[in-house]
Design a protein around this ligand. Structure first.
Ligand code: GLA
Length: 701
């Protein structure tokens, strides 16, 4: 168990019960990937690193699985690292040099035999989960500059499988994180972002199985990048499959001067022996334990009026909404876009982060005191990376945006992107946020990003550094978030980018929840939330209950259905509470109270997608406490066809011989609930139900 070096066999075994990962060095000092999968009983079971003969136009190097293949020598597959030396050599050789081992971390160092360049591969094995974190560092000790044209975080090799099925998340604005599956065939497939941020199209996550894995059965190999910028996941299948990933090398290069080094973002990889559900559970556990900022209390129920007031926020209406929100049980009141200087539309205001004196003549204080007197926390929306050309900030600092000389900068949503690589920009944002958070004692900050990069010119940088803008932006973002978090540890931060355009593991250490999508239509949300929660912990899934008919889809849905969908993550309300009639308000109050009763379970438990919304009219999702004492089943019926929809659902993850009471039903063993299942019946379009399941200690007759 743990990480061990087997000198005689020339390999390292990284093993923690659920997964083994093995690599070794051959006689010619090449580092081979040897094994990834279920741990084998004896070290002698793993293959030893041997360099094969050349065969059929393929060199020995082409035929092995290299742990971190450089571009150089007789290699024709995609490599992980491509450099230019200052003397014009564009060929990198990496030979094994040394290793350093601690209990949970292994460092393997490779060197170019001629040029003094070192590449350190890092492996951090999770102590209990079958999860490994990988990253690399490159050091330039040559007397000249080293130009790097590609530097991925890792190369992974899949074992030979009957077929390679890829599972990933794809989507678009208002249709994010759709669970997508496709069979890979010889050739390449690329999941990427060239947008400077992750964006809505593809998420930096993948899973591979042999086409047969199920929710609770089969081997699944998976990985996710911890990076919030332009990323790339490249799948290349010849005989076997290799997966490379990291910072996208599109329009990217990096220059390292003598003595300088660069460390890549991390690549998290894992292996599940029991299907996709175990993969999700391990990813979620990893996020709870290693990424999400620690918080003793669960995330609060919030209110946000974006869908109600848009840019036209008024103190009067906000107070009315706050009053209603408090009556319904809301804990944090968030003022979205529109509160700052001249922000009457998306035409102007971004950059001028002080209160609009027309909308709030006496400042924000009266509203904030009102909210606090009601016993709620207060939060604000900001979009700190942006500026409108119509703003005081832009007038004062027109050169703070990305731009190329002789090209006009493309506007999107009437805004431009600030160059976070510039120190004065970072300082400005830190100071602005510090002032806002400090002055208003904010409890919550929604950090938005409503456009992607274009004309990515950072002309202040020497030419050799100009293609680093992509990375420097993300580095700046993390630096600012880190600054805020350290200064205001109690502050809850929500990452948003036009909905779910900024969902990744890289930003997770700085934030508490994601705004998952601008699409709050509950039926659409079920599918968005399904994909999202396969990878990201449900507690990070910000969900609101909004009005019906829905502004986007025009769909009419009952309020309890809307609530039940939004209760699956971190609950918020986003509708016009002042227009909810008494009955609706009563229901809302009841649902918020019910959510609070179960939120520890929802925010801290495991999720089981028993019936997927992709499969039929009935969706069933079970949350289960980690100690298996309780569960909560959400049921949703899309449409009724031929009378009430009755079926049996089999619960998962309970203790076989413990007894459980299904609310309003009989007492059954965990085994019975999992094997025989539970009969459920829903009646009517968009009907839904919540079934609490609790362990009981009464003996069964
Ligand atoms: C983005 C967000 C929305 C809202 C608007 C405000 O689109 O996703 O929730 O905050 O910006 O402009």
């Amino acid at each position: 168990m743990g990480i061990s070096y087997h000198e005689k066999r020339g390999f390292w075994v990284l093993e923690n019960g659920g997964m083994a990962y093995v690599m070794g060095v051959d006689a010619d000092l090449n580092l081979h990937h040897l094994y990834w999968g279920k741990p084998l009983p004896y070290p002698g079971d793993y293959p030893v690193p041997v360099l094969p003969e050349e065969y059929g136009f393929d060199s020995p190097l082409q035929r092995i699985k290299e742990e971190y293949p450089p571009w150089g020598g007789m290699r024709f597959k995609e490599g992980a690292l491509k450099v230019f030396y200052s003397n014009g050599v564009r060929d990198l050789l990496l030979h094994y040099d040394s290793f350093h081992l601690t209990k949970e971390e292994l460092q393997i160092s490779l060197v170019d035999p001629v040029f003094d360049v070192q590449v350190h591969l890092y492996y951090q094995l999770h102590p209990t989960l079958p999860i490994l974190k990988r990253w690399i560092q490159i050091q330039n000790h040559t007397p000249g500059d080293l130009m790097i044209h590609r530097i991925y975080s890792a190369c992974l090799h899949l074992p030979r499988l009957k077929q390679y099925r890829l599972t990933y998340l794809s989507g678009a604005w208002v249709g994010e994180t759709q669970l997508t599956q496709t069979q890979l065939t010889p050739g390449k497939k690329l999941l990427e972002s060239r947008r400077g941020a992750v964006g809505h199209r593809f998420n930096p996550f993948f899973a591979i199985d042999d086409g047969r894995a199920q929710e609770d059965w089969g081997h699944v190999y998976y990985g996710a990048l911890a990076y919030s910028g332009s990323f790339c996941l490249l799948f290349e299948q010849e005989e076997g499959l290799q997966v490379l990933g990291g910072i996208n090398d599109f329009d990217f290069s990096l220059s390292l001067g003598p003595g300088e080094s660069f460390t890549t973002p991390s690549f998290i990889l894992g292996f599940s022996q029991s299907g996709f559900e175990e993969m999700s559970q391990h990813l979620h556990q990893y996020q709870w334990q290693n990424l999400i900022p620690r918080r003793k209390k669960p995330l609060p129920v919030l209110y946000n009026s974006w869908e109600v007031e848009g840019f036209g926020v008024t103190e009067k209406k906000q107070k009315e909404l706050a009053q209603k929100a408090q009556e319904l049980g809301v804990e944090v009141f968030v003022l979205d876009d529109g509160w700052f200087h001249r922000r009457d539309s998306d035409q102007r205001g971004l950059g001028d982060w002080f209160v609009d004196d027309k909308k709030f003549p006496a400042g924000l204080e009266p509203l904030i005191s009102y909210v606090r007197d009601l016993g709620m926390g207060f939060g604000l929306w900001v979009e700190p990376e942006m500026v409108n050309p119509h703003s005081l900030l832009f007038k004062a600092h027109p050169h703070w945006v990305y731009q190329f000389p002789s090209r006009s900068s493309s506007l999107y949503r009437n805004q431009l992107l600030l160059n976070l690589g510039l120190e004065p920009v970072r300082s400005f944002i830190k100071k602005t946020l510090d002032t806002l958070i400090g002055r208003y004692q904010l409890d919550f900050l929604k950090w938005d990003m409503n456009r992607h990069f274009s004309e990515p010119g950072a002309m202040e940088l020497p030419e050799k550094h100009q293609q680093e803008v992509w990375y420097r932006h993300v580095e700046g973002l993390y630096e600012i978030l880190d600054f805020i978090q350290r200064r205001y540890p109690h502050l809850i931060i929500e990452a948003c980018s036009g909905g779910g355009g900024r969902v990744d593991l890289g930003i997770l250490p700085y934030i508490h929840q994601f705004w998952v999508s601008d699409n709050t239509d509950p039926w659409a949300r079920l599918r968005i939330q399904e994909g999202f929660s396969r990878v990201y912990a449900p507690r990070t899934m910000g969900c609101w209950v909004t009005d019906s008919p829905h502004w986007l889809t025009q769909r009419v849905t009952p309020m309890d259905y809307r609530f039940h969908v939004a209760m699956m993550g971190s609950l918020g309300l986003g509708g016009d509470l002042t227009s909810w009639d008494e009955k609706e308000q009563e229901l809302a109050k009841e649902k918020v109270a019910q959510y609070k009763q179960y939120r520890e379970l929802i925010q801290g438990g495991y999720i089981h997608w028993l019936l997927s919304p992709r499969e039929g009219p009935l969706t069933a999702v079970q949350y289960r406490s980690r100690d298996q004492q309780s569960a909560l089943v959400f049921l949703f019926l899309l449409g009724e066809h031929f009378g009430p929809h009755t079926t049996r659902i089999r619960l998962r993850g309970l203790q076989e011989d413990w007894l459980y009471q299904v609310e309003g039903g009989e007492i059954l063993s965990g085994g019975a609930l999992m094997e025989r299942g539970l009969s459920v019946s829903l009646h009517g379009d968009f009907s839904s139900a919540l079934l609490p399941v609790t362990r009981v200690l009464t003996p069964l007759e």
